[in-house]
Ligand binder design. Structure first.
Ligand SMILES: [Zn+2]
Ligand SMILES: [Zn+2]
Length: 174
């Protein structure tokens, strides 16, 4: 009985294998088409990854595309209270003294210390934020690009590389 059952099992398994082979032969063209489309998809994916890798450094969002609200600025009031807060057009009001706060940039004199210069921002014609006017201490506002001078020695002040609007368009910076 055992031998018979074993031979029956062999017989039963043979057609199953055969059926499987036939099915593969019948669907070979379909398999080939699927294989070709898989290869194309894989090639496109590899190409995409290669392009992405080669351009990854330039693809990262340039600072100029950041909106003003995404740039954290140093704000300062006339009484010297400071705060780091997102950029916006126009002043903020100081929580400590109620005075106007403006974003500040650091300018320095060759002979003296650095100065905090208030920056009035504007949205340019290209829709990007940039400096409109500067104010040193309690002097009047002057147009951005004006050479600021040291209150003590009159030397032209040099703006530090790191400034509150470092993330803003380079072409509008002075
Ligand atoms: Zn204040
Ligand atoms: Zn000076």
């Amino acid at each position: 009985m055992v031998e018979v059952a074993g031979s029956e099992a062999n017989v039963a398994s043979t057609p199953r294998t055969h059926r499987k082979t036939v099915r593969i032969i019948e669907s070979r063209s379909g398999v080939r088409t699927a294989a070709i489309s898989f290869l194309i998809t894989a090639a496109v994916a590899v190409l995409t990854i290669v392009v992405w890798l080669s351009t990854r450094k330039t693809v990262e969002p340039p600072a100029v595309q950041r909106t003003l609200q995404e740039v954290m600025l140093d704000w300062r009031c006339d009484n010297g209270h400071t705060l780091t807060y997102p950029g916006k057009i126009g002043p903020r009001h100081c929580e400590k003294c109620g005075g106007e706060m403006w974003p500040v940039a650091t300018w320095s004199c060759e002979n003296h210390h650095s100065y905090k210069v208030a920056v009035r921002l504007e949205i340019g014609p290209d829709g990007r934020p940039g400096p409109k006017e500067f104010r040193l201490g309690r002097r009047d506002w002057v147009p951005a690009g004006t050479v600021l001078t040291c209150p003590r020695c009159g030397q032209p002040l040099i703006q530090r590389v790191r400034d509150p609007y470092a993330g803003l368009p380079r072409k509008r910076r002075k």
